[in-house]
Ligand binder design. Structure first.
Ligand code: PAF
Length: 269
């Protein structure tokens, strides 16, 4: 595996790059993305950069887990061909972007500026790495839609692919934050996906808001603090209307101060 730290590295000498951007602290979810990338191209680039631009709380940034040695060991076995680990000089003279209005709902509501920071760094990474395809996890659905739309405007030849969320055997979406939960809390956290799955199972065109309220109340009774549990048009992230063909139910909750997100897609019958 090639290790590159310089932003001047000539990525163009590798053709048809499949790219996975990360902030490190890698887990099975990232490895699944890399596996999916390897199916798209024989040359997979993974970046590790903890992007200060997407943190609005300096404590969050300082406390973000750093595990570069463990990450490199995992990457070595993962099918990654090149790992790109830039330092903060990647931010010098960076072109900044303001994310569109859909960045101010769901996760963006409580994290103003977060998606501006995500689009700004992802744009810079795309400029440097010049991939043919970039893969992002669908757990961060809002991020995926914003990056996909940004790329369509700014990198028309780049294909953005969403990759299914990886779950543990109880359905909990994998996340580095799960490491902060003990065994009992992890078990409890599986109720998030249980409730989403119940909404999907019982959905008919006139009971969605009732089901969402029920799910919210169930989670509150179990001790979760619900940040949001919303239904939106899955293609645009706008409000559902008569043109909606698939709906996303997106959720963010706090369990013992740990913020967990997930979502499920419901296709209109
Ligand atoms: O999803 C992430 O890990 C980050 O938001 C990303 C896409 C690597 C940008 O810093």
């Amino acid at each position: 595996m090639i290790i590159v730290k310089s932003t001047d590295y000539n990525f163009q000498k590798h053709s048809d790059i499949a790219f996975v951007a990360t902030m490190g602290n890698l887990h099975q979810g990232h490895l699944h993305l890399i596996k999916a990338a390897k199916l798209q191209s024989s040359f997979v680039v993974v970046s590790i950069f903890i992007n200060p631009l997407q943190f609005n709380d300096p404590n969050d940034l300082n406390n973000y887990p750093k595990s570069i040695e463990a990450d490199l060991s995992l990457l070595d076995l993962s099918g990654c061909d090149l790992v790109f680990i830039p330092d903060d000089s990647i931010l010098t003279d960076i072109e900044t972007f303001q994310a569109p209005d859909t960045s101010n709902i769901l996760c963006g509501k409580s994290r103003p500026g977060h998606f501006d920071g995500v689009l700004t760094i992802v744009n810079r990474l795309f400029e440097i790495v010049k991939p043919s395809i970039a893969l992002f996890g669908l757990k961060d659905f809002q991020q995926f839609i914003l990056i996909k739309n940004h790329a369509a405007l700014n990198f028309p030849n780049l294909c953005i692919k969403g990759v299914e969320t990886v779950r543990d055997n109880k359905g909990l979406a994998l996340s580095s934050r799960n490491n902060l939960l003990n065994q009992d809390e992890l078990k409890l956290a599986s109720n998030i996906f249980n409730e989403l799955s119940l909404i999907k199972k019982n959905y008919s065109s006139n009971n969605l808001y009732l089901l969402i309220d029920e799910a919210k109340n169930n989670l509150i009774k179990l001790g979760f603090k619900v940040d949001y549990l919303d239904s939106l048009d899955a293609l645009s992230l706008n409000k559902i209307d008569s043109s909606t063909s698939s709906i996303i139910i997106a959720i963010a909750v706090y369990l013992c101060e740990i913020r967990l997100i997930d979502n499920i897609i419901i296709n209109e019958p």
